[in-house]
Structure formats: structure tokens, C-alpha cells
Design a binder for this molecule. Structure first.
Ligand code: AP5
Ligand code: ZN
Length: 217
């Protein structure tokens, strides 16, 4: 299956995508993670993306679509994918339809995580993750059992993201409303949209998301 997670920064796309990956064996494809890897590598695409990401705007469609196309071509995606943070513009949504059509696939569901902007700033400001395995944590909502030590892999190397500061977050939210929110209507029109209230506790949302996935696949 092919699932899309839509939602503003901090809505919990990454948190829920990792849960679906564990539960259903689907592969999480986060364009944010792929872009951060390109930045770390110092590739041409990474250099161009770095500036834009620091400002909180969206990286150009050409770069993001090329990165996603490469990743979708890898054999591990055959079992199914959860797209986390892609598509983010109408151009990307149309490119995704074309890419999937090439292999006779289509989207099974677009799950929209609906949240309040105000709460998002707090979620993002408290966020950190394990540098070794990527598991996400939060200063007030999800702390590891032993401070500084990852519950999943035992590493003790936590990191925070460069774009998780108040100014950049405000711009990321604005970019979401301007460029990405129209995709909700795009998927609603074709009957693929599932709206989920994503303001509750992580586990409750995970249950609702799982139900939506079972219904769609
Ligand atoms: P990206 O990495 O995709 O970031 P984002 O969309 O801003 O989303 P986040 O990762 O901030 O949030 P999330 O929804 O995954 O929330 P999380 O689960 O971590 O993109 C970064 C940048 O890359 C963009 O700004 C853009 O420049 C570029 N980019 C990426 N894709 C692109 C594309 N397709 N086109 C163009 N540019 C692109 O949760 C947040 C925190 O809250 C965590 O600490 C978590 O533990 C906690 N939490 C989660 N759920 C709950 C809950 N229910 N209750 C309480 N706390 C919770
Ligand atoms: Zn870890």
C-alpha cells in the first residue's frame, strides 16, 4: 500500500509513520530526513536545500521530486510505503501520481493529522531524537526511561534539529498553510482523504491511525 501522512510541522507525522513502520512493516519515506541526509553529505542538492530549510520555506519541487523518485526505486519499498512530509505542493502531488502509475500503483489513503497551530510550536520546541536510530522524544510528552538514553537502541546521543527554533517554526507553519493545506481538498475530491484529530495522546492517535490504515488497505 501507499499511504500519505499530511499535517503541519509538529503534527506527529514522523511519530505516527515510525509506528506504522513497526506495526505493518511498511517503509517510512520522509523527505525531511532524505533532505537532511543530502545536507549532511554535502551534495549539490543538499547545499541548495540547506539554506531553504534554515529559513523554514519549502525546497524546490525539482530537488524533492528527484530525491523521492530515487528512494522509491529502491527494492525495500515494494512492500508498501508511508510518505511522511511528501507531497507538500500540488506539483509534487501530481508528480507522485505519475511516478506511482509507472509501476501500476496508486494512493490508498491520505491521512490528515489535524492540530492547533499554537500547540505545534510547543511540540516542536521540546523535540529531540536519538542520533543513532532516529526514535523521537519530547521534553514534556515523551521522555526516555533513563534520561539521555534511547529506549529503543540504548545509545546515549540525543540531538535537536537546526530548524526547530521559534522563528523558523513560524515560517514552516506559514508555508504549510500557503502551499500544503490545499492538498487536503486535492485528496478529498478523489475520496482518498481521512481526517484524524491529532491533538490527543500519541497512543490514542496511533490507534485511530491504525484503524484508518486497516480500512484503506
Ligand atoms: P520535515 O522534516 O518534514 O519537517 P516538518 O513537516 O516541519 O515536520 P516535523 O518533522 O517538524 O513534524 P512531524 O509532523 O513529523 O512531528 P513529530 O512526529 O516529529 O521538513 C523539514 C524541512 O524540509 C521543511 O521545512 C522543508 O524546508 C523541507 N522539506 C521536507 N519535505 C519537503 C517537500 N516535500 N517539499 C519541499 N520541502 C520539503 O512530532 C513533533 C514532536 O511532538 C515530537 O517531539 C513528538 O514526540 C511530539 N509528539 C508527536 N505527537 C504528539 C502528541 N500526539 N502529543 C504530544 N506530543 C506529540
Ligand atoms: Zn535510538
Amino acid at each position: 500500500p501507499v499511504l500519505i501522512l499530511l499535517g503541519p510541522p509538529g503534527a506527529g507525522k514522523g511519530t505516527q509513520a515510525r509506528m506504522l513502520q513497526k506495526r505493518y512493516g511498511l517503509v517510512q519515506l520522509s523527505t525531511g530526513d532524505l533532505l537532511r541526509a543530502a545536507v549532511a553529505e554535502g551534495s549539490e542538492a543538499g547545499k541548495a536545500a540547506d539554506k531553504v530549510m534554515k529559513s523554514g520555506g519549502l525546497v524546490s519541487d525539482d530537488i524533492v521530486i528527484a530525491i523521492l523518485r530515487d528512494r522509491l526505486a529502491a527494492p525495500d519499498t515494494a512492500k508498501g510505503v508511508i510518505l511522511d512530509g511528501f507531497p507538500r505542493t500540488t506539483v509534487q502531488a501530481e508528480a507522485l501520481d505519475d511516478l506511482l502509475a509507472e509501476s501500476g500503483q496508486q494512493i490508498d489513503a491520505a491521512i490528515s493529522l489535524e492540530v492547533d497551530d499554537e500547540a505545534m510550536v510547543h511540540r516542536i520546541a521540546g523535540r529531540y531524537a536519538c542520533a543513532a536510530c532516529g526514535e523521537g522524544y519530547h521534553d514534556s510528552f515523551k521522555q526516555p526511561q533513563v534520561e539521555g538514553v534511547c529506549d529503543v537502541c540504548g545509545a546515549s546521543n540525543m540531538k535537536r534539529r537546526a530548524d526547530d527554533n521559534a522563528e523558523t517554526v513560524a515560517e514552516r507553519l506559514a508555508a504549510y498553510h500557503r502551499q500544503t493545506a490545499p492538498l487536503i481538498t486535492y485528496y478529498e475530491k478523489r475520496g482518498a482523504l481521512q481526517r484524524i484529530d491529532a491533538m490527543g495522546p500519541i497512543d490514542e492517535i496511533a490507534t485511530t491511525v491504525s484503524r484508518a490504515v486497516s480500512k484503506a488497505t
